[in-house]
Design a protein around this ligand. Structure first.
Ligand code: SF4
Length: 326
């Protein structure tokens, strides 16, 4: 057992936040002491979350035709991908997806729109739909509608959205290499706006897009400073037609190392393993909990197929863990 990793883990287990120097040290040790890192990440997960796992499903309310240029995204209109037009789901289709989530036992339901922000017409539609979903299916509702202002955030919170999803995606330094149509600070501001309106925030990023360990640590520290408590971790699923289509996929062990590093840096935040999980972790999916994950995006992702809620729930139960409501 590596004594330095043990010492850092004991610091986290005693309730202290790791300083940047310690995190850099952990990152360099983590490559040679993979299983020690995972062992301690699992101990930290157990201390702060016991056997609880959070499960969410999402529905794309608006898919494709996005005016932004995130290089990893098949929904950007800047790239020629299989998603070549905008698809708006009807009220009935969104309600049906909520019913499916409810019947499969998923407690949290996210409504996700492509685009820089949400239109007034769509916001009005959601102000009617969200209370309807909540009263019929008592699901926790998360909205993901791009960059929003104070008034939009307050209206969503008043309608019953308990959470807002808005990812930082990567570090402030690396952001401009990946997105040019808006900046990192706009994302930070939206997170703050959602928090001020009283919503919980789900914010994380995507890994395997050319970032370094430093970038990963920078983003984790920004999320820690913002006080985000649910952190989606996506792992690039290279999509044909996007600028990142030929980017090599992250190996499963590297993904587990990233999750474990985040568990050390953000011990009390849910780490939600989301896009790219099935493709990249393959047979090692159940290891994500041993690396410190505490939440899953289950069912299909926005543009790629995921795994059924039934299969994921089975995996959670087989590990002696339990799906919990918020
Ligand atoms: S990640 Fe969101 S904002 Fe960026 S291109 Fe895709 S849908 Fe648009």
């Amino acid at each position: 057992m590596n004594s330095e990793i043990k010492k850092l883990a004991e610091e986290v287990l005693s309730g202290s936040d790791l300083e940047r120097d310690s995190i850099d040290n952990l990152a360099s040790l983590s490559k040679d002491c993979h299983y020690d890192l995972l062992y301690w990440a699992n101990r930290i997960r157990e201390k702060y979350f016991g056997n609880k796992v959070r499960l969410c499903s999402i529905v794309p309310g608006r898919l494709g035709g996005c005016n932004q240029d995130c290089k990893f995204c098949s929904q950007s209109a800047s790239y020629k991908t299989a998603i070549d037009k905008t698809i708006m789901l009807s009220d009935e289709e969104i309600m049906l997806a909520a019913e499916k989530a409810y019947r499969s036992g998923v407690p949290n339901f996210g409504i996700v729109y492509s685009g820089r922000t949400v239109t007034e017409k769509e916001l009005c539609r959601l102000e009617k739909l969200i209370p309807e979903i909540k009263s019929k299916y008592s699901l926790g509702i998360c909205a993901s509608l791009g960059i929003i202002n104070n008034s939009q955030a307050k209206r969503l919170a008043a309608a019953g959205a308990g959470r807002y999803n808005h990812n930082l995606e990567t570090s402030r330094r690396h952001f401009a290499d990946v997105v040019t149509t808006h900046d990192y600070q706009a994302r930070v501001e939206t997170i703050k706006v959602a928090m001020r309106a009283g919503m919980g925030v789900c914010a994380g990023g995507i890994f395997g897009i050319g970032e370094t360990d430093d970038d990963r640590i920078d983003m984790a520290l920004d999320l820690r400073e913002l006080g985000v408590d649910v952190i989606p971790m996506n792992f690039l699923h290279p999509i044909e037609g996007t600028p990142l289509e030929n980017t090599p996929k992250l190996p499963p062990k590297e993904i587990l190392r990233i999750i474990a590093m985040y568990r050390f840096i953000l011990p009390k935040a849910h780490l939600k393993i989301a896009g790219g999980r099935v493709l990249n972790l393959r047979d090692m999916q159940s290891w994500m909990f041993y690396a410190g994950a505490t939440a899953l995006l289950s069912g299909d992702y926005l543009t790629t197929a995921g795994r059924s809620v039934k299969e994921d729930t089975q995996m959670v139960e087989d590990l002696g863990l339990r799906v919990e409501c918020e």
